[in-house]
Design a protein around this ligand. Sequence first.
Ligand code: DLL
Length: 433
Amino acid sequence: MQYFNERAERMSKDEKHALQSERLKKVVKLAFDSCKPYRAKMDAAGVTPDDIKSIDDIVKLPFTTKQDMRDNYPFGMFSAPMDDIVRIHASSGTTGKLTVAGSTQHDLDDWTEAVARGMVSAGVTKKSVVHVAYGYGLFTGGLGAHDGATLIGAAVVPASAGNTARQLMLIKDFKADTLCCTPSYAVYLADEFKKAGIPVSDLSLKQGFFGAEPWSEEMRVKIEEGLGLKAHDIYGLSEISGPGVACECSYQAGPHVQDDLFYPEIIDPNTLERVPDGERGELVFTTINKTGMPLIRYRTRDICSIISEPCKCGRTTVRLGRITGRTDDMLIIRGVNVFPSQIESVLIKDKRISPHYHITIDRINNLDVMMIEVELQRDIAFDEIQAIEAMQKKLTADIASAIGVSAKVKLVQCGTVPRSEGKAVFVTDNRKI
Ligand code: DLL
């Protein structure tokens, strides 16, 4: 078994406890001293850095949410001065505002090492050719996987997302042994290889790192058979760092959390109390070693469990169970996080449409397709084809620019979008994951 950082990955329980405690104390003090929103939250909760004596005291600390990020947009959650921030990433917020994350060089180094540890645990070496088909940009997938593989010394192919024909050519001709992309795109690539008449035996793929959206054991089988590789689950979120917060080793028994850097807890989303290891609930992370934008008890909204039994690989880090859903209404469409409220805020700006809409998501040919039915106001004549077409075009463009992924907009007559009696149901998700 290869380790990137055996000391960190195989720490004894006592050593880990001591390190996590020391780091938590430091990060809480940093946030309290340098970030106004944290001081205000801790003051309101009646807790000071002196109350934090060990990692077990973490439960005394208040939670942080996406709302906090939004209230302090763009840089209000940073604990470091701008001089020390060297990278800014962002993901969708619930409305027009992005959720912003800033990193110092120290944070980038930790994140990169986290990715490298995960990749090495699943077989990547300096001899590897790593094809990165995650998007490069504000999304953390591309640059995160890129930097981690570079640190290992592998040859990185920064293909980024899109242009499938070129992806097939690069993967085959450059003899990539490692593939990084979303699991749904991996299934799509497998199908496209098949359609192009390229058998798995012509490929050099050995392992892949798939994440950024939920997937299942059934998809794992499809990907492994279709691409002839071992498929590893990689988890992360931009607020915490990006991919590699947790990653599966060659035993594929749930992603190992780099818990000397990112401390996980599972809470009951209703009572906000911690639940025992093994039980499902909402995943909460504290970035115990970050300096740019430390997050304390950040509610990820992802539903999963913590596996604390030791893994056969010899690592002592805790693992995550499969992510089975979210405690909010965030959708992930082709790897892009989308909140219905973002779509709604585009729609309400157009006075010609009613406030009723319905989103339907399907997976067609392994690609997510989103359709938004939007009702016209009563006084707009449905037979003015030209006007309707222009409106449809505009809404399609506005929505794509608001959410960062394309959707089909279908204008329908007033009264045709189903009304619900209780809580409004805006989304029908037909994807079978
Ligand atoms: O998706 C970071 C990432 C990139 C992870 C590439 C893995 C690979 P965000 O765009 O901020 O960051 O979205 C984070 O995506 O809260 C989960 O809901 C979901 N997610 C990420 N990885 C997984 C996974 C990146 N392996 C949100 N399984 C998270 C299920 C995942 N859901």
